[in-house]
Every structure is written in C-alpha cells, then in structure tokens.
Design a protein around this ligand. Structure first.
Ligand code: DX5
Ligand code: ZN
Length: 216
C-alpha cells in the first residue's frame, strides 16, 4: 500500500485547474508541485502565487518540492501559500541553514522534508532526519519530467528506511522521477511510502486504474 502524488509539472500549464481536477478525480492522494529556480536546477517552473492559486482549487494535500538555492529565504512564503509538505534539498545550502529551514517550516505548522539528488549519498540526510516528516529520494536528476528511472537509487532508499526505523519511525519516504507502473513495485519493495508520478500519470488513458495500480 502506497500513496501516489501526481506532479502538476506534467499538466497543461494553461489550465492548471483542470490538471488538479484530473488528479482529484483519479483518486490520487496528494498533488506534487515542482518549484524550480533556474539556479539549483537548469529549469524554471512554478512560484509562490501559483502555489497559492492551486491551494484555492483543491483540498488535496500540496506536496511542494523546492528545487531552489538557499531555500531558507522562501520557506515562509511557500508555507503561507498553502503547502502541506515542504521539501528542501540538502545540497541547496549549509547544514545549519537547512536545519533552520526545517525548523521554520515546522513552526509554521507545515510538514518539513529533505530531498537528495541522485549523486548525494543517504548519509547526507542523517543530520536532518529527526526534524523531518518525510525524506524524498530523487530517482532522476531534478529539473525535468519524463526522464528514465534510476533503479540504482534503491539501496539509498533501503539505507534511509533502516536509519529512520531507529531515529524517526513515523517519517515517510518518497520517490520522485521516472515512476510508472513498471518501476513502482521496486520502489515499494525498497521502502517507499509515497510515489511521485508526472508524465506517466498524465499519459495514462485510464487514470483511475493507473492510480489503483500504484497504490496497491
Ligand atoms: C523532476 C521533478 C519530478 C518530475 C517527475 O525534477 O522533481 O517531480 O515532475 O516527473 P516524471 O514522473 O515524468 O519523471
Ligand atoms: Zn518533484
């Protein structure tokens, strides 16, 4: 049993309300929102006003993934815009500033999370685990939807699952990138609780069946 968080990145940006209604109608659990700044990743996508606009048209949890440099500067604005989960990358600032970002997110009543790029070892998340409600393991290089799943990230998930069992058993594990019905089973077997899916979800002809397949 897993949760599915379709990414609005693969929706039609001229009609995000329709995209979010499609996600809700499919029976999906959360909406994943990919925020990119053109510095931390080589792409620019969604900002604070768009998160606030999405908040107005859905009651589903908004899982906001910040792929931005020095996120401490912006976490308050994204929390106030309506994020339910707010994820920052461990590579995006110093340990001290990432810890401060997680504290600020929690103080605003939002669930804090950290994410790891494919080249970043599991151990890089260890200083943050006690403060996290979720850890996100990237299974593609962040920046773009529609890339191939990196199965070699599965040991990282297993390492994090084992460590979380010791230090923060309630913390959720999420995977993001290249997830479809073929790659979802190994993610779940490796300990993932939440599966982000962008292009595969919006490509699926029968979205309800696709969602059920990922959730089971
Ligand atoms: C990549 C984003 C992902 C992406 C997933 O930087 O973080 O959330 O939208 O899209 P797919 O499922 O197409 O890999
Ligand atoms: Zn993402």
């Amino acid at each position: 049993m897993a949760f599915i968080a379709p990414s609005i990145l693969s929706a039609d940006f001229a009609n995000l309300q329709k995209g979010i209604e499609t996600i809700a109608a499919s029976g999906a659990d959360w909406v994943h929102v990919d925020v990119m700044d053109g510095h931390f990743v080589p792409n620019i996508t969604i900002g604070i006003p768009v998160v606030a606009a999405l908040r107005r048209v859905t009651t589903l949890p908004l899982d906001v993934h910040l792929m931005i440099d020095r996120p401490l500067r912006y976490v308050e604005a994204f929390c106030k815009a309506g994020a339910d989960y707010l994820t920052v990358h461990v590579e995006a600032d110093t340990t001290q500033n990432i810890l401060a970002a997680l504290d600020r997110i929690a103080a605003l009543g939002v669930k804090p999370a950290v994410s790891l790029k494919p080249g970043t070892p599991a151990e890089a998340a260890f200083p943050f685990l006690e403060k996290c409600a979720m850890v996100l393991v990237m299974t593609v290089e962040p920046g773009f939807g529609g890339q191939a799943f990196m199965a070699d990230m599965m040991p990282k998930l297993q390492t994090l699952r084992a460590r979380l069992a010791q230090v923060n058993p309630d913390c959720l594990l999420e995977v993001d990138g290249g997830v479809d019905s073929a790659t979802a089973p190994v993610c779940k077997r490796s300990g993932a609780d939440i599966l982000v899916t962008g292009s595969a979800f919006f490509r699926a002809e029968n979205k309800e069946a696709f969602v059920k397949e990922i959730q089971k």
